[in-house]
Design a protein around this ligand. Structure first.
Ligand SMILES: Nc1ncnc2c1ncn2[C@@H]1O[C@H](COP(=O)(O)OP(=O)(O)O)[C@@H](O)[C@H]1O
Ligand SMILES: [Mg+2]
Length: 472
């Protein structure tokens, strides 16, 4: 028993020693850098320059220290000095500082071809490149024209030091990409730390920036998918290997779409820090049009603050615009419930995810269509393995095709229900093409001139306008 305690104590002491040594070495490297700068011959205004160098070096040290907590192994997330077992993830530290061990490194960037700029922000510039093997990837690097660089150079007049400072945000992002792997986080492929310190290039899967305007015009099913992806991501972040993570700079532009899936790409402002408190008054969450007060736990931390911050941001930037509009009538009560529960911060992340998954289940199974009359198809003749040509199309909204009326349906019965409700509709085709939920794409039209054989396609023609079921 006492030997176990002894071992644990020794292990803890050893670990504390390792961590302290690393902190000291970081400090020494800062001082070295600082010393090197100090020994440069100085010209005029020495006092100001001295202060600027000191301030920049202090910031460099702070940025390095931000990365340290991200490098502990997941099981030790609760403690900075874990109780037993050496937990410092040396491999990861090497990967982050030298770029070793990643699937792709500097070598992968030889003979690449730049294609286009994908986007830029305060800190980073992102370009699409084609690698020598033909693969398209996104490269993230310091945005020389960005606000971060501009402000730093203005304050410290040291482009080299500033590039290094801004690069730490990329290194932090690399550490976070290692720790926070999820289908809705952009896939990390590797990174390259250049010879000249401070040149970090991150290699990521390539996506397309989120186009909110375009999304607002797309079918509810696609808008729901974006919200569901976001909720799945936020649920993961609420119980991630780093603890509950808040996205401090939560905006649609921090996300991209990859094959219809939403993915978070800007991670450098993710924080797992908890807010300490004495009373509930210390736990206020402030947004431009809304303030909330959360409770201060007996541990002295604001309960669920990170999770709640994410939920409200999801509500104000995504759900408000994407979710209620044109939701299927059988699901509006659940959508209203989500809007209310997230807009008022009444639901936690588990409950929010549960409601979203429940909506998906109802939608996929067609249970939300229970009120539809069962005999709708009796008024239609079915022609299997056929499609139509010489169509007279009409437009509907929100159509999957710009040229005609193409909508997602659960079944032929739902398509018949929709056809009955469009005065122009006399027939529809189910092509066998499916949406991400497994729904069928149905093309509605007012008339056609002939039937053409086509495998897996079915044409439904209204038997007679006289027998038409009244629109429901
Ligand atoms: N993997 C990617 N594929 C396509 N575009 C991307 C990708 N990553 C980022 N972008 C685009 O680049 C912009 C800047 O990247 P981001 O990481 O957000 O930089 P910053 O920290 O400066 O805001 C994003 O807003 C997004 O539009
Ligand atoms: Mg960004």
């Amino acid at each position: 028993m006492s030997s176990t305690v002894g071992k644990s104590l020794r292990a803890a002491a050893l670990l504390s020693f390792v961590v302290l040594s690393i902190l000291v070495s970081l400090l020494i490297s800062s001082v070295h850098h600082f010393g090197a700068n100090m020994s440069k011959p100085s010209s005029c205004g020495e006092g100001d320059e001295y202060d600027e160098e000191l301030a920049l070096n202090y910031q460099l040290m702070q940025r390095r220290q931000e990365i340290i907590p991200l490098i502990f192994r997941p099981e030790d997330k609760k403690s900075i000095f874990p109780a037993h077992g050496s937990s410092w993830d040396l491999n990861m530290w090497r990967e982050i500082t030298r770029g070793s061990g990643d699937p792709m490194g500097c070598g992968a960037l030889q003979d690449m071809q730049a294609v286009e700029v994908l986007g830029s922000g305060y800190t980073k510039l992102v370009v699409k490149v084609t690698l020598a093997g033909g693969e398209d990837v996104a490269l993230k690097m310091v945005n020389e024209q960005g606000i971060d660089m501009g402000k730093c150079v203005e304050d410290f007049k040291d482009p080299h030091g500033c590039r290094q400072l801004v690069s730490y945000k990329l290194s932090k992002e690399v550490a976070l990409l290692h720790r926070l792997q999820h289908p809705n986080v952009i896939k990390f492929k590797g990174h390259c730390v250049g010879e000249a310190a401070g040149r970090v290039t991150v290699i990521l899967e390539q996506g397309n920036p989120l186009q909110m305007i375009q999304l607002l015009q797309s079918p509810w099913e696609d808008r729901f998918r974006v919200c569901l992806d976001l909720v799945r991501l936020l649920h993961f972040l609420s119980q991630s290997p780093l603890g509950s993570v808040a996205l401090l700079d939560f905006q649609p532009r921090q996300f991209v779409m990859v094959s219809g899936e939403l993915k978070l790409t800007d991670l450098d402002d993710a924080s797992a820090a908890e807010t300490t408190c004495w009373s509930d008054g210390d736990c206020s969450l402030q947004f431009p049009h809304r303030n909330f007060t959360l409770s201060c736990s007996s541990r002295g931390v604001c309960e669920g603050l990170n999770e709640k911050m994410n939920i409200y941001n999801a509500y104000r930037y995504f759900f408000t615009y994407l979710l209620p509009h044109q939701a299927p009538p059988g699901l509006t009560h659940l959508v209203d419930h989500i809007m209310n529960a997230t807009g008022e911060l009444k639901a936690n992340m588990n409950e929010t995810l549960e409601t979203f998954e429940h909506i998906l289940h109802l939608y996929q199974s067609g249970l939300h269509l229970d009120n539809m009359p069962p005999s709708l198809l009796a008024d239609y003749s079915v022609m299997s393995n056929m499609t139509t040509s010489g169509n007279a199309e009409y437009r509907c909204w929100p159509s999957y095709s710009q040229h005609g009326c193409v909508l997602s349906v659960h079944s032929a019965r739902e398509a018949a229900y929709i056809c009955n409700s469009h005065s122009q509709c006399s027939s529809f085709t189910l092509s066998g093409q499916k949406t991400w939920t497994g729904h069928l794409l149905a093309s509605f039209r007012s008339s056609f001139s002939q039937l053409v054989p086509e495998q897996t396609s079915e044409v439904y023609v209204k038997k007679s306008r006289a027998l038409e079921t009244p629109a429901l």
